[in-house]
Design a protein around this ligand. Sequence first.
Ligand SMILES: Cc1ncc(COP(=O)(O)O)c(C=O)c1O
Length: 447
Amino acid sequence: MAQPVETLDDVLRILGEHEDHAHRTLNMVPSENAMSGLAKLPLLLDCYHRYFFNEGDQAERWHFRGAQRLRDLEMGLTVPLLEELGRARYVSVRPLSGLNAMTLALATLGGEPGSTVVTISPDNGGHYATPSVARRLGLRIEFLRGLDPHTLDFDHAADLLRRVRPALVYVDQSHCLFPVDVARLVATVRAASPETLVHVDASHWFGLVLAGVFPNPLDEGADSFGGSTHKTFPGPQKAALLTRDPDIERRIRDTQGYLISSHHFAATISLGMALLEFRDFGGADYAKAVVANTREFGSLLTQRGTTVVAADRGCSAGHQLWLDTEADGVPPREASDRLAQAGIRVNFMAGLPGFAGQGVRIGLNEPTYQGVTLNDLPELADIFTAALRGTTPAARLADRTAQLRRRPRFGATVGAGSPLLRGALELATNALLSEQVNSPNTVPESV
Ligand SMILES: Cc1ncc(COP(=O)(O)O)c(C=O)c1O
């Protein structure tokens, strides 16, 4: 049961305890990532409170003036960097998260109510929400299915597309070890149902795509793509949609204002800062390391006797690994509890393709961002295996995990005395001081 939290002191204490713990923990939840401290700065500042609607900087459209001096941070930073790294001509940074981007894409491209959208069956890793969101928009759903949990059946796809002539094929791999061959899927769609659009929801793969480590869906012929900016991409909790097609961009623009009002302007600026770091300070190396670390970790766990799905295919082509701990005698929730006590956070969940019950899903994206290298992986695999089997006291394992958490992370690290950091600290401190200490209602010692 939740305990009441009654004072700001208590809030700070709980946040502080979490921070201490987080800095000793390796987060291996594949849907999450960290981002740089500098990129978090906008979330503390005045921009956090502002709406921004006037992308074109038209004098008569500054109905909300708060973002006027900050316009370049979205239009001259976040948007062009996404266009550059995403190899797109047009970008929408309005979506708040992957699910919100999905809703916008389906509402824009899914056709009139009654039209059909074809998406990936959950048995092949399609996102759990796609069918429900589509149906709530009045769209009908048909599923692409697989030859096995990781491989689409392109003959079935061609038959289905010829039969239902969907408005949209929405490629929504979520539980995913191997990417769909988008070029082959687009060719199948163009041959079977030429008027159908193809949108790739690359929420899980987004960082790998922006780094050029995974093929860009637009280069593969998709009409548009998008996804979350906080899974393999180390950015804020946001999302984006990208296209090269001016008509699709116009349709997105026509729709988005009715689904999203505040697009979380400060997070959009954070995204720009994270993209800048990604482009200029080793984003491509990070993404290559994610893939190398994932494959190596899968192989090390397999060697230590853990059942890793698709071990015969190299375990993964991206950042996720799925473990059948039940087959090894440890129920997935128990496995997750044991790992948490050893300072490692993982998912346990039902619905992983090919699983009858629950499985454990892990990702090497955040550990890699936090600086874990190939050299660290044998130690991480030893900790992981000992925690799963309960062979070593959890507290000892947690100390070893905390050591791994001390690696220098990817991206722009700045010296403690650097002008950049001093400037950031000054902005952050002033924001806190001007809001609290200088306020007429100065907070008493205990509130
Ligand atoms: C394909 C796909 N779409 C949408 C989402 C939802 O993303 P978010 O959690 O950012 O809303 C996910 C999350 O895993 C996903 O994999």
